[in-house]
Design a protein around this ligand. Structure first.
Ligand SMILES: NC(=O)C1=CN([C@@H]2O[C@H](COP(=O)(O)OP(=O)(O)OC[C@H]3O[C@@H](n4cnc5c(N)ncnc54)[C@H](O)[C@@H]3O)[C@@H](O)[C@H]2O)C=CC1
Ligand SMILES: O=C(O)CCC(=O)C(=O)O
Length: 522
């Protein structure tokens, strides 16, 4: 039963070359799920809910509305949730090392203000444009919502090829953009908080934080204007590897579900599974680290300038060293070069898991039918188009979607932001207290049995309170597990089978919808 004509999957309109505009593609996924949710929301308003629930009076109101009125109520909110709320496009001039100057285009899109600050990374790439930034900002809203991270979504980008600029030039570009964001009200710990994304990292975040602090010298919480900073600038332990670590937790959760593994014809667990990794940057490398640590084997790596294959397994640490030294994965001696012009695309080889950790729109209707991996891990944002998604689900491939799977980064960014607002690192206040308490317990046990009880070597290691790293890792693992289980429940409730993307979007849209509905009109 489809009550809404408003949200119709638009994939068919982008069928010809399957190269949809990125923002249209995210809208397409969102609307398809909003469509499914709308029907359920209308039906659900007939169900009796508990007495102590604040929603009860609202539900009584809803019971008086006709189906058409309810549909209009819901669509009124959905229509507000779809577009980007505010966007900034700015051009700014930067002095180059040789004394000349160059003009750059920078963008920031804030998709949804239902929670503030808005949050999302900042990328530097030659093809960055407003469409891309808007798409990524919208994805951030759905990502934060599905992971229960209390931010609205945003994203920034500068159109530039980082390989062409010196470190000093990159610093001036970053500082100039920070000035633009600040001047136009698109940056601040309570307004909008960027983080790393493609071709940006701790260094760019440090420059941004420093420039913002320079412009706002009396702002107490200034360091919370950006996350992903180095520890010395108020960063948190574990942010650099957080996205990859989250990718591992999400993949591990699904790979340990007998139900999902039966659906795709794999045994449970990560142990012994083979994988190909596309994109060997921050997300790809750290995902690989955790996959390997839990027994999976990397047989292929795909980068923009070359591919590597070794069916016996690639030493990803040695490869990382090689990439750090040479700037490329090519020429690595621990695997053979894979020639895509003769051997076909490496992402299409036989393997259990394909890590899509490079960029958007890499799996389209043109190659989706040839993908042999049983699980696709969307570490990147938007790697699969809507048409490709339909083909993959039909071919019994489990696509673990971006909005859930790569939410580890923003989750740990949330922890960093909280640390900045609290002005104290995690664990500092309880470190000694926990040790004293544990020693007192051992003393008490010893007194009651009349012996001296000393801590074992293992207990000695953990006798203090949790470190910042322990807390961050545990908060991340909990978040990924809780959101993953919730998505699985939604998939069951709506009978979605392997369409986990729709399950994640439905879960996420519902949270944002409820937030807007209960907040009322301004
Ligand atoms: N860094 C983070 O915390 C998060 C990143 N993401 C997403 O993950 C993806 C990757 O981001 P990062 O790892 O941070 O960027 P990165 O810049 O560290 O790494 C990207 C890697 O992909 C490679 N690459 C670029 N184009 C490629 C192509 N056509 N084929 C194969 N490889 C290609 C690059 O050479 C680079 O090694 C992006 O979609 C980003 O939006 C998502 C969530 C958080
Ligand atoms: O850490 C953050 O705030 C955002 C990370 C990000 O850009 C993303 O998840 O795509």
């Amino acid at each position: 039963m489809k009550l809404s004509q408003t949200f119709i999957r638009a994939a068919s309109t982008s069928a010809k070359a399957d190269n949809p505009k990125f923002y249209a593609m995210v809208l397409d996924f969102t609307r398809a799920s909003a469509n499914i949710l709308e029907t359920k929301l209308i039906d659900d308003s007939q169900i009796k809910i508990g007495y102590d629930n604040a929603a009860r009076s609202a539900q009584h109101e809803a019971l008086k509305r006709t189906a058409v009125q309810k549909k209009n109520d819901i669509n009124g909110i959905f229509n507000h949730m779809m577009p980007c709320n505010t966007v900034l496009e700015t051009s700014f001039r930067v002095r180059m090392d040789d004394g000349s100057s160059q003009v750059f285009s920078g963008y920031r899109a804030q998709h949804s203000h239902h929670r503030l600050p808005t949050k999302g990374g900042m990328r530097y790439a030659p093809d960055v444009d407003m469409d891309e930034v808007k798409a990524l900002a919208a994805l951030m809203t759905w990502k934060c919502s599905v992971a229960n991270v209390p931010f609205g979504g945003a994203k920034a980008g500068i159109t530039c090829d980082t390989k062409k600029y010196s470190k000093n030039e990159l610093e001036r570009i970053t500082r100039a953009f920070t000035q633009q964001l600040t001047k136009h009200g698109f940056l601040g710990p309570s307004i909008d908080v960027p983080a790393p994304d493609m071709y940006t990292g701790e260094q760019e975040m440090a420059w941004m934080a420093n420039e913002y602090q320079r412009l706002n010298p009396t702002e107490l919480n200034a360091s919370g204007c950006v996350t992903g900073k180095p520890i010395s600038q108020g960063g948190v332990h574990g942010r650099v590897s957080a996205t990859g670590r989250g990718v591992y937790h999400g993949v591990d959760l699904f790979c340990n579900s007998k139900k999902y593994m039966d659906m795709v014809g794999l045994t449970t667990g990560l142990e012994g599974k083979t994988y190909v990794m596309q994109g060997f940057g921050n997300v790809g490398f750290h995902s690989s680290r955790y996959f390997n640590r839990h027994g999976a084997k990397c047989i292929g790596v795909v980068e923009w300038d070359g591919c590597l294959f070794n069916e016996n397994g690639i030493d990803i640490y040695a490869l990382d060293e090689h990439k750090m030294k040479t700037g490329s994965i090519t020429g690595f001696s621990g695997a053979r070069a894979w020639d895509e012009s003769k051997e076909g695309s490496l992402i299409e080889v036989e393997c259990d898991i394909l890590g899509a950790c490079a960029k958007e729109k890499v799996i389209t209707a043109d190659n989706a039918g040839r993908i042999k991996a049983k699980v696709i891990a969307e570490g990147a944002n938007g790697p699969v188009t809507p048409l490709a998604h339909e083909i993959l689900v039909k071919n019994k491939c489990l696509v673990i979607p971006d909005l859930y799977l790569n939410a580890g980064g923003v989750t740990v960014s949330y922890f960093e932001w909280l640390k900045n607002l609290n002005h104290v690192s995690y664990g500092r206040l309880t470190w000694e207290f926990t040790r004293d308490q544990n020693m007192a317990i051992l003393q008490s046990v010893g007194d009651s049995i009349g012996k001296t009880v000393t801590p074992s070597a293992d207990l000695e290691k953990r006798i203090h309170g949790a470190t910042e790293k322990d807390i961050v890792h545990s908060g991340l693992a909990f978040t990924m597990k809780r959101s993953g289980v919730k998505i699985m429940e939604t998939a069951d409730e709506y009978g979605l089978g392997l369409d986990i993307r729709s399950a994640a979007y439905i879960t996420s849209i519902k949270n944002v919808y409820e937030c807007y509905k209960e907040a009322g009109f301004a």
